[in-house]
Design a protein around this ligand. Structure first.
Ligand code: MLZ
Length: 461
């Protein structure tokens, strides 16, 4: 248990031991390295691993068995230790010096048993017996790993992305950093501080629904902030790069929707995840139907009135739900101010507002077999502060929605996300990609206490 996350000092292994070992399997996350390989990675698998329990000066290896799996993390036991679990150790299968059985022989590396293994007189015979019929890592494990960590985005590419200071519009931004498929984007007219630092940035995954190619806003009819030409960013290294506009082929396309023959219409009511309070599902209205299946949605009763708090959701988004969805699934529906949980009914509300509910068939609520279950640990983006990837737990699974809890934080920070969200990652992902992980804060989670005294979020940042 010495395998600490280098950047934060947080130790997933020890944390999992305290919290019950449950973690979402890598195969649940379609956007992460090795996802497709993970069906072959199971408890019982044997591999060759760098032997760190030896006094030899040169690198030697030994055979170990996976005794537990939690995301990318595997609890390993050296061959020869039989049922002795006291020397089990966690390693990250995405970063550790591990190889399929036979790799040492092919590459002229030495297999040397760790000092404290039981006395075995004939290792060769012992191993022959133990390895017959054993499964090992696929031969192309490392090739697949590095292949899946190449991304088509580069520094200096221009995109359109939601304006974090006014969520109803997009804004032009330039890619500054690409890490693990996540982008740090600098708004083109963000301005520079006294130390040359960019005053406004945004983080999102390359598959984020908030990210678009240049030209998207005018194509679908979305409002885009005009870049303030007076702001000079040219002294920033990222802006000195040759610009290139991103093209649609680099982006994940939302699923096709048919807008003919009955589609969402202005004034239709629905339930929607509040984009600024992702733990709340609210009474909402379609305010505008854009092209290509995009909608501008507002939360009823809290709107400023000028459309500046509308939010763009695609018709296939997990974040919009038919009326009655919350009640049916025992989720508290957030009502407009002045309404009472005890007396609110959709039929009265529709009558009162002289509106109709958006037809149920228009929503993408199909349950998908996703493999997540309550209690599973994972690494998840705090979408209110999307630079942060945090230690989190699945609290509920409803259809394709997951309610995520950030360990150590109050439930006000909980967020509903889609099971295929590109902003959730397996345990150990930060370590694999070199991203900084935010450990749980506050008292020891094993004692079931939550951090108190942090303010409820009401806006992005
Ligand atoms: N500055 C914020 C950070 C919140 C991050 C929570 N992540 C789960 C605050 O302390 O409110």
């Amino acid at each position: 248990t010495t395998d600490r996350d280098a950047s934060s000092g947080f130790d997933w292994g020890r944390y999992l031991e305290k919290t019950g070992y449950l973690a979402a399997p890598v195969a649940c996350f379609r956007h992460v390295p090795l996802c497709a390989q993970w069906d072959d990675v199971t408890v019982g698998l044997k591999l060759e691993v760098l032997n760190t329990h030896t006094s030899l000066a040169s690198k030697v290896y030994w055979i170990a068995t996976i005794v537990r799996l939690a995301g990318y993390k595997a609890l390993l036991r050296y061959e020869g230790l039989k049922h002795d679990s006291t020397q089990d150790f966690w390693c990250n299968l995405g970063t550790a010096d591990i190889h399929p059985i036979g790799w040492c022989a092919v590459n002229s590396k030495l297999l040397v048993p760790p000092q404290r293994t039981h006395q075995v007189t004939d290792w060769r015979a012992y191993l022959m017996k133990r390895l017959v019929g054993a499964r090992t890592l696929p031969a192309d494990f490392h090739v697949k790993l590095s292949d899946s960590m190449r991304y088509p985005f580069r520094q200096g590419m221009r995109v359109e992305v939601v304006d974090r200071s006014l969520v109803s519009r997009t804004r032009l931004a330039v890619v500054d950093t690409v890490i693990g498929g996540r982008l740090r984007l600098l708004y083109e007219d963000a301005g520079l501080g006294p130390g040359g630092e960019v005053l406004s940035d945004f983080w999102c995954h390359i598959w984020s629904p908030l990210l678009h190619p240049v030209g998207w806003s005018s194509k679908v009819g979305h409002i885009i902030k005009e870049t303030d030409k007076r702001v000079d960013m040219s002294s920033h290294p990222t802006f000195r790069k040759i610009y290139c506009d991103t093209v649609p082929v680099l982006f994940k396309k939302p699923r096709t929707v048919y807008m003919e023959g009955g589609f969402f219409e202005e004034r239709m009511k629905l339930e929607a995840i509040d984009p600024l309070n992702l733990g709340n599902i609210c009474v909402a209205t379609v305010h505008k139907v854009l092209m290509d299946g995009y909608l501008m949605v507002g939360i009823d009763g809290v709107e400023i009135g000028d459309g500046s708090d509308w939010f763009c959701y695609h018709a296939s988004s997990h974040a919009i739900l038919p009326t009655g969805y919350c009640q049916k699934n025992n989720i508290p529906l957030t009502l407009p101010p002045g309404y009472d949980q005890a007396t609110f009914t959709w039929s009265n509300y529709l009558e009162e507002t002289r509106a109709v509910a958006a037809p149920r068939r228009l929503f993408n609520t199909d349950a998908v077999g996703h493999g997540f279950a309550p209690g599973m640990k994972l690494e998840a983006v705090d979408l209110m502060e999307p630079r942060l990837v945090c230690v989190a737990t699945v609290r509920r699974c409803v259809g394709r929605l997951l309610l995520l809890h950030f360990d150590g934080w109050e439930s006000e920070f909980d967020q509903w996300v889609d099971c295929q969200s590109p902003d959730i990652y397996p345990v150990g992902w930060c370590e694999v990609t070199g991203y900084q992980l935010q450990p749980p804060i506050g008292p020891d989670p094993a004692q079931g206490q939550e951090h108190l005294g942090s303010a409820k979020k009401s806006k992005l940042y």
